[in-house]
Design a binder for this molecule. Structure first.
Ligand SMILES: N[C@@H](CCC(=O)N[C@@H](CS)C(=O)NCC(=O)O)C(=O)O
Length: 216
């Protein structure tokens, strides 16, 4: 059985929602980052990079949100899994991968600038400016996301084709926007998407298990 290692409200929530969408039984292990659980030897044995999510599956461990989401969507092409990502080899699938890569390599990293200044400079006096730049980048990314969503015909999904695993990933970023005090009602399309994701039964189960909401 798959085991998801997650920290409440972290990017692992996107994977948690995807696992719930698929509906095949899985275990979860809570690794609360605020308590330093990701730095303990038992978790470093799972992911030496000390990050969540990690998915233990088929006797091995996969890390990186985008890789795990793609794996879950492709492993068995059941209708529930298929709904998470367009068919491999299609242009829609390239668009899906584009979103995942951009969210993890750019949007997530801008939040890390705010929360993890030490990752960007050993000089503590630089952390304030790193965080400020992170905030500016987050705002600019949210504007970009909102404009992208407004350009999608259905307007509540990242992809023209409809719901995909990109949507819960975006909902996580929306939640983080609240956490940094950004007025998220200024990003109407993203807000609508996040609320639609949160209303899905799979997301409700994952949010309840993690003990978080879209805004807390
Ligand atoms: N590139 C990785 C980043 C994973 C990551 O940074 N996860 C955060 C939680 S959202 C984490 O584990 N942080 C631990 C820390 O900052 O020390 C991915 O996309 O999965």
């Amino acid at each position: 059985m798959d085991t998801l290692y997650y920290s409440p409200g972290a990017c692992s929530l996107a994977v948690h929602i995807a696992l719930e969408e698929i509906g095949r039984p899985f275990d979860t292990v809570r690794v609360p980052i605020p308590e330093g659980a990701h730095l303990r030897p038992e978790y470093l044995a799972i992911n030496p990079r000390a990050r969540v999510p990690a998915l233990r599956t088929e006797g091995t461990v996969i890390t990186e949100t985008g890789a795990i989401l793609s794996y879950l969507a492709d492993r068995e092409r059941t209708s529930a899994a298929q709904a998470l990502a367009p068919e491999p080899g299609t242009l829609a699938r390239a668009r899906f991968q584009e979103w995942l890569a951009w969210l993890s390599s750019s949007v997530h990293v801008a939040f890390a600038q705010i929360w993890r200044g030490e990752r960007f400079s050993d000089d503590a006096s630089a952390h304030g400016i790193i965080a400020e730049t992170g905030r500016r980048r987050v705002r600019s990314f949210f504007h970009e996301i909102d404009a992208k969503l407004a350009g999608v015909a259905n307007r509540t999904h990242a992809l023209e084709e409809g719901y995909s695993a990109v949507d819960p990933y975006l909902a996580v970023m929306y939640r983080w926007g609240h956490r940094i005090g950004e007025p998220m009602d200024g990003y109407r399309s993203l807000e609508r998407l996040a609320h639609e994701v949160a209303a899905r039964p799979a997301a409700q189960r994952a949010l309840a298990r993690e003990g978080v909401t879209l805004t807390t």
